[in-house]
Design a protein around this ligand. Structure first.
Ligand code: ATP
Length: 328
């Protein structure tokens, strides 16, 4: 449904609206329930990762956000505009990259982007400059004259990302952008996404591989069989979902004083202290990474020489796998 700019601005939420608000989203395919009562809020400038096994409902959610399918029920608000009532304004500032983004094979990188820049109404010097900026942003300027077919998978994904950036979207929705990428390409993608966020945009990405997201994202949501099981800061969600307290392993550079065990036990967040030998200790820690950092800082300022710290935790993949077997 179209609307005038004036009434849309009146209906827009506050200037500090979250980038994405999803209220009670439900998506059905015939008798199959794909997304079930999702509520989600993503602040501006965040990299948010939606993680879930195959068939969890990630693509369906993203398609609903990009207005490519109509949900059975629920509201979606992008940058303050409800997509059901103010679709044009809500979608004006989003960039959507599907999981199997098509790339024209018989074009050079520059020509490929020129085609889309033209469709966005760019021409002349402005078009040339914007294409250059986008290629720079995804670190692909050196390949501007390469044939699209000659690009690696990681480069291809970044080229499609450059295409998605052409109209300067404030919200990027990227479905499985890192799938099939090697670690080098993933690091490059992470740096590109961080750069985009620093410029004030919000990025929403999906993956069925948790480590891909935890290394890239500020926040994650865990989707399982259409239900959003948890959502929030990466550390907090991992802590809540994995349930078990992480085990912290500490190696000291020299034998500690007699007060060492008493010092560890005196922290209310510490439990199950064990000493493997005079230098190696382990304990459970019931706090977030910031509280752990403070504790380690305290340890060092008390004169305990910490030479190594490691944290071990049951992975979310293992937990989701358990849920599958439990039939949840
Ligand atoms: N067009 C469709 N018609 C019928 N069922 C569909 C359709 N699209 C998706 N589904 C089903 O809806 C559920 C969610 O699918 P969706 O593609 O959203 O999940 P996903 O988390 O993106 O999975 P993947 O990681 O495999 O892409 C799955 O059970 C899927 O089979």
């Amino acid at each position: 449904m179209s609307s005038t700019l004036t009434d849309s601005v009146e209906e827009k939420s506050t200037a500090k609206s979250p980038s994405v608000e999803v209220h009670d989203l439900r998506i059905d395919y015939g008798s199959h329930l794909a997304v079930d009562g999702m509520n989600l809020e993503i602040p501006v400038g965040t990299i948010y990762g939606l993680v879930g096994p195959n068939g969890a409902g990630k693509t369906s959610t993203f398609k609903a956000l990009a207005s490519l399918l109509t949900p059975t029920h629920g509201h979606i608000i992008l940058n303050g505009y409800n997509i059901a009532t103010h679709q044009r304004l809500a979608l004006a500032n989003i960039g959507y990259m599907p999981d199997m983004a098509p790339v024209a094979s018989d074009l050079k990188v520059w020509e490929f982007l020129e085609m889309f820049a033209g469709a966005h109404g760019l021409s002349g010097k402005m078009k040339t400059e914007r294409i250059r900026e986008c290629l720079e942003q995804v670190d692909l300027l050196s390949e501007k004259n390469a044939m699209c077919t000659a690009l690696s998978r990681g480069m291809m994904q970044r080229l499609v990302l450059a295409k998605t950036l052409l109209h300067k979207p404030q919200l990027l929705i990227l479905d499985e952008p890192a799938s099939g990428m090697d670690i080098k390409s993933r690091v490059k993608l992470r740096n590109v996404l961080r750069g985009i966020c620093r410029q004030g945009s919000t990025v929403l990405i999906s993956s069925h591989i948790l480590p891909e997201l935890t290394e890239m994202c500020d926040m994650i949501g865990v989707l399982h069989k259409g239900k959003l099981l948890d959502s929030g800061n990466v550390d907090e969600v991992l802590h809540r979902m994995t349930g078990l307290l992480p085990e912290i392993r500490i190696r000291l550079a020299e034998a500690p004083s007699q007060n060492w065990i008493r010092f560890l036990d005196s922290n209310p967040k510490v439990s199950s202290v064990q000493g493997q030998d005079i230098l190696n200790y382990s304990f459970h820690f019931d706090g977030n990474s910031c509280e752990l950092s403070l504790f380690i800082h305290d340890m060092i300022s008390q004169g305990y020489l910490v030479s190594r710290i490691a944290e071990q935790q049951r992975s979310l993949e293992e937990i989701l796998l358990d849920l599958e077997y439990d039939g949840h």
